[in-house]
Ligand binder design. Structure first.
Ligand code: SF4
Length: 281
């Protein structure tokens, strides 16, 4: 089996330069207020940034501020999410409402800007104490609203890192974080994570990544796999997850299919010869 060189930090920077040249004008900024970023991250879960951006502007048009959202019903919040076709509408609407109600009852205001004056540890404790905030949501708030150098491992981001071969296809969040510590300089985390998330949402999608149009296709080991081997279900159910092994398996599978097809054609032609012979008798 041929061995593939693991991409280096230099490769990583080159990939990012290519993504930057491709996407820098297309990426919008994340909300900078702590509470807005928190709600944005909840909306963006299992959704795209573009969808979350749309939901955000609908919220801004429909409600005066987050306090009005707090006193609105779950179904009114759900309406906004339905309008932009967000997944898990009910769950997200309930979560947004609950978070706003809890923040108001704990701090008697609808804002979390006060954490900007706190230490990183204290800020994390406050965010962790708010029910409904997952570690991923917390990391996005820490990075985008508070400029802490943490990498939020959201799905599109993790997918691109895995497919490009920086970690294995089944690497856990912890393993990805560890690899990224080696790859991303702290000052670049914000920009790099935006680029990778955008790439994962717009081109390197979960189902049917658009490898033909990808600016990284020349370097990526993943496009060599046939379509049937790129599905999440296949990857989850396969124990041998090294890309080279998968490619070998793909070759074998192709050969088997070719043989099967050959046998089928032989059968058909034998059957048709038999028929012709019968009719001649
Ligand atoms: S070539 Fe395909 S799999 Fe690889 S990064 Fe690009 S879109 Fe993703």
């Amino acid at each position: 089996m041929k061995t593939r060189k693991k991409p280096t930090r230099k490769d990583f920077n080159n990939f990012l330069l290519k993504l930057d040249a491709e996407y820098s004008t297309k990426i919008t900024d994340e909300p900078k207020s702590v509470l807005s970023q928190l709600i944005f991250s909840i909306i963006a879960r299992n959704f795209t940034r573009k969808g979350a951006d749309k939901a955000f502007s609908v919220f801004q048009n429909k409600f005066v501020d987050w306090n009005e959202v707090r006193i609105s019903s779950v179904s009114e919040i759900a309406e906004v999410l339905e309008q932009v076709k967000s997944p898990n509408v009910e769950k997200k609407a309930k979560n947004i409402k609950k978070i706003l109600v809890d923040i108001y009852s704990d701090y008697h205001k609808i804002s979390l800007e006060f954490v900007k004056t706190f230490s990183a540890e204290k800020t994390k404790k406050i965010l962790q104490s708010i029910r409904g905030i997952t570690p991923r949501v917390m990391d996005t708030v820490l990075l985008y609203a508070l400029d802490y150098p943490v990498v939020p491992i959201v799905s599109p981001f993790a997918r691109v890192i895995r497919r490009l071969g920086f970690v294995s296809l089944t690497a856990t969040q912890k393993e990805i974080k560890k690899a990224l510590d080696r790859l991303i300089p702290k000052t670049k985390i914000e920009n790099y994570s935006r680029l990778l998330i955008h790439h994962g949402e717009s081109v390197c999608t979960l189902q049917n990544p658009n490898c033909r149009k990808c600016v990284l296709k020349r370097f990526c080991p993943y496009p060599g796999l046939p379509k049937s081997m790129k599905t999440a279900a296949f990857i989850k159910n396969t124990e041998t997850l090294d890309i080279d092994r998968l490619k070998d398996m793909a070759k074998k599978r192709k050969k088997q299919l070719r043989l099967k097809e050959k046998k089928r054609r032989e059968k058909v032609s034998i059957a048709s010869i038999g028929k012709t012979n019968k009719s001649q008798k």
